[in-house]
Design a protein. Sequence first.
Length: 865
Amino acid sequence: AVVVQRGDYKVPSYQISEIALDLRLDPENTEVSACLHFQCTATAPVTELHLDGESLELLSLQRDGRTLAEHEYRLTDAGLVLLNPPESFVLESRVRIHPAANSTLSGLYHAGGQFLTQCEAEGFRRITYTLDRPDCLARFTVTLHAPQKNCPVLLANGNCMATGDEEDGWHWARWEDPYPKPAYLFAMVAGDLAVVRDQYRTASGRDVVLEIYVAERDTGACVQAMDSLKRAMHWDEEVYGREYDLDRYMIVATDSFNMGAMENKGLNIFNAKYVLASPETATDNDYQGIESVIAHEYFHNWTGNRVTLRDWFQLSLKEGLTVFRDQEFSADQNSRGVQRIDDVRRLRAAQFPEDAGPLAHPVRPDAYSEINNFYTATVYEKGAELVRMIHTLLGKAQFRQGMDLYFQRHDGQAVTIEDFVAAMEDANQRDLSGFRRWYGQAGTPILRATGSYDPARHSYTLTLRQETPATPGQPVKEPVPIPVRMALLNTQGQRVPLNGTDRESILLLEQTEQSWTFDNLPDPVIPSLLRGFSAPVRLESPLDDDARSFLASHDDDPFNRWESIQDLAVKALLATVADASLASLPSALRHAVAATLGDAQIDPAFRAELLSLPSEDYIGEQMPVIAVEAVHHARDSLMRTIGMQFVPEWMGLYHDLAATYQRDGLSIGRRRLRNLALSYLIAGDHEGHEGMALYARQQYAQADNMTDRLAAFQLLVQHRHHDAEDILLDFYRRWHEYPLLIDKWFAIQAATPRPETLRQVEHLLVHPAFDWRVPNRVRAVLGGFAANPTVFHAADGSGYAFYAEQLRRLDDLNPQTAARLATPLSRWQRYDAPRQQAMGEALKMLAGKPKLSRDLAEVIQRSHP
Ligand code: HT7
Ligand code: ZN
């Protein structure tokens, strides 16, 4: 396969100033006429101009009004080559494409009765011949023609300039986007959609029309999306001084989408999952997801669209920065501490394992064969952490100055990560040269901290040491600058002054090892290190259990308070994994749990975080070889013990927190804590005894909202001794017309940790509601299955073999989704020898598949070179 190298970047030899598209939309055969104005930008003569094009049937080709002769162009697998093109010219092409047959959901496709596009990263070349690269910015005019009956709504980027009727019941609409943009931001939608309309007045007083397009019956479910959009628009004005720049902002929801959402200029296309919500059909987490994805796509209008990418290696320039912006938005809207815990949990669940395995790559990758494989946790989440560290190092006001300079310098341009870092430096006269290593170096640094109190000198000395393990292609690592936010706590839990008046400090570890001494400390202190998780590292802390237990109830940094209790839990769990007869609740952990359960002053959402045990995956990640079954049993057993030892407390919470549904932050936290209490009560039930399951049944039947109903549903379906057949049927019967809820119905079954799950998942795949062409459905079943440790990693390899068989099938329809779902198989080195072998065989079987896609081939090849 062709490998694209970062170092091979060349400025394009031509630019396209204008693109006029005309699409006659038909599900089977759509005709696309394109008129492109080319201008040479190279100094030397160009003998060949390569235009990208994929799965296009060329009908006609003209240059400056004249049909091209055979010796003037050449068709290749990758597109069209123009031979000896003039310095400037107009190219007119007409191609035929097949939207209904396009199951890849890249380019123009027809699904659920609608025409939709997805052009990031390289989908536009599946619509017409073009320079499909982010550093080619053109002004787009788009004319859509479709039958009025099936497609009353015709949308594209920018402003609607004219509409009209045609013969035979067809109509048309012409759209113009005044902002030059790369082809990946092009979008069009046509279908029978209802619209929910609102308005936003910008800080400078311009009125913007906000429109959300959904199916008629979903118009009542757009409140959270619209409200989040308005709050995001306001936040970007307040925090970054950035206003929206068109008169209209449109969002379209679809069930058929490869990812979460897409930031096309003025016409975002969204997975319905991140638009639709009502209390009866969506959980609190769903509401939260909508808020953050709506904000994320909106923020791209400045970080991604107005300032775009020079090439795809710079992907984190828009994605890392925009994730950082959406995380900060959510932190400002909700609880900052809880938001940070959730962000770090996601980073550790997805990015740390990626960084420690064969798919590890730098935030700015060096090579790819299929760019779609690089929309990763590293580019997004670790990328956001790098921006966060710059924010931490410079400070809030200075970071803003850096952003202002970045926008001032690069508005309307296609730029690099280097340009971003340079703007941060130049705006603040700071040198971030060492920091650049973070972008180029893969792997998670290990930060080892040791500390000692000297009673004679009344001082505390802290030593920090860093080391980054080797990653594929990068055997030797250099130290990176690590900002370590820290404080020292006295025995009352108060922060003490650190060599002056400050009671919190940011230490910058730049070398492999450095020490700091803090004086004037009459009594011993406990260090609180890496507060707020100030750097994406693995901290090996110097604390013993008592110190951790102390921090678990005294640290005023919410993240570290949570981390302390998590560390205690991990330690207890690993001891049980090593020796199951040790299953008990160590006293330090018991104290921490008791203190948290007994402290009603703690915000309920934060209290729920403190009382949640680490996931099986996270526990497994802490082991040299993941002991799948032992981890599962150890976690089960600790849940049971904590459930049993604190029955009155859990019961008290469960009853006290019962309330009629409300959507404010406090109510959300209370629901979360109450459902956690129910899960402990159920875990603590005696074997075979169904006492608490009756509570869950009652909650399932009587809930006035989906958060509570689904929590009970999941507990019942996944209960070890409970037969939930009637509940499964009931849920399906109630919600079969709500695809997003049926996705949950599928996912929860696929994630049930029981030996018979594999058979059940086989049945789910032939269920009438299962559809291989709908990624949400496929992800529900296959993603749910891969996230089911004991079943996916069954010792006999049956889970892997089954899974690979399904990916094989999916690859023929949707390579992007197949490649993404294949990544769990890349973790084979983390398991015992029989599992390694079985995963290796699964990968080998896939590698031998006829017509293997470039997407899946790359993941397999990098997973098992
Ligand atoms: N920029 C988008 C990333 C994306 C995507 C979205 C939907 C389907 C296919 C896609 N390929 C790449 C989404 C975002 O990060 O905002
Ligand atoms: Zn994004």
